[in-house]
Design a protein around this ligand. Structure first.
Ligand SMILES: C[S@@+](CC[C@H](N)C(=O)[O-])C[C@H]1O[C@@H](n2cnc3c(N)ncnc32)[C@H](O)[C@@H]1O
Length: 271
């Protein structure tokens, strides 16, 4: 496909066509952006807890001495252990709406948001030690008191958090696991989607982004079918890029490869 046909502007609305299709497909932007046949997950029994999906491979040996030192020195200030998840009020100096970013990588989006929005609280979860170390390294140079992080599997963290405790959940550029035999490793699966929904407060917001079209289709199929989540743009429709979403390392990589970027936005609606 031609790169021009796939390019999505950062802001604005409009219709873009996908190359090579018999019919032009509008493929981005709320409110009237339709994907052809997102995978439907409407059926399927509701389970109360998420099936364990190992959505990551622990990477060893790439951590720098500075990141290792940051983990040792600054963990007490920013780190959260799983048993503390049940008492979030004690973690922060202020009572404020809480955003959780899952898989924050090196923390570009999380640190930026915590810095420009001091009146809100931010939690991150990441399994990649070098990424956590990198975030701590930069956070330590600030006087932020509204940022805390877990070094853990997001499923464990979500299960430990109280139901309806999160105002926002962000999942930006989750590992796409493009090979078919690895699709089961994708983070977004029906049980995980139900777990996300259960932790969102009433009218809480779930935002995601990916530069893999096939994963975007997979996500929208699952999330549109998740009870309690409403696609703000209508089923099968992608969202505009939110103004607050910063460009991360993985988004930059996707752009270099000429990938399109897909945003999704869901609101928790208690029935
Ligand atoms: C492709 S990277 C994207 C990182 C970052 N959001 C960005 O845009 O640069 C996906 C990240 O999700 C993390 N991850 C994957 N599964 C996870 C899980 N179950 N719990 C916590 N982090 C996870 C990985 O370690 C990885 O750093």
């Amino acid at each position: 496909m031609s790169r021009n046909l796939l390019h999505v502007p950062l802001v604005g609305t409009g219709t873009q066509l996908r190359g090579g299709l018999a019919h032009p497909v509008k493929h981005y932007h709320c409110p009237m952006t339709t994907m052809n046949n997102p995978t439907s997950h409407r059926s399927g029994g509701a389970k109360s807890t998420a099936r364990r999906v190992r959505s990551f491979v622990r990477r060893h040996g790439r951590i720098t001495p500075a990141q290792t030192r940051a983990l040792a020195v600054h963990w007490d200030r920013f780190g959260v252990e799983l048993p503390q998840a049940g008492n979030l009020g004690a973690l922060f100096q202020q009572q404020a709406p809480l955003t959780l970013e899952i898989g924050f990588g090196t923390g570009d989006a999380l640190l930026g948001a915590a810095t420009v929005t001091p009146a809100a609280n931010f939690l991150g979860v990441e399994v990649y030690d070098a990424g956590v170390g990198q975030l701590l390294l930069r956070a330590a140079a600030t006087d932020l008191s509204n940022l805390r992080v877990f070094r853990a599997d997001a499923v464990d963290v979500l299960e430990a958090l109280a139901p309806r405790s999160l105002a926002r959940i962000w999942i930006f550029f989750p590992d796409p696991w493009p090979k078919k035999r690895h699709h089961k490793r994708r983070l977004i699966q029906p049980p995980f989607a139900r777990l996300l929904e259960s932790r969102l407060s009433s009218s809480g917001v779930l935002e995601l982004a990916t530069d893999w079209e096939a994963y975007a289709m997979h996500m929208i199929g699952i999330l549109d079918a998740t009870p309690g989540l409403t696609n703000e743009c209508g089923d099968g429709h992608f969202a505009k890029r939110p103004g607050h979403r910063r460009i991360t390392r993985f988004e930059q990589r996707g752009r270099r490869l000429g990938h399109d970027v897909f945003d999704l936005k869901y609101v928790q609606r208690t029935s």
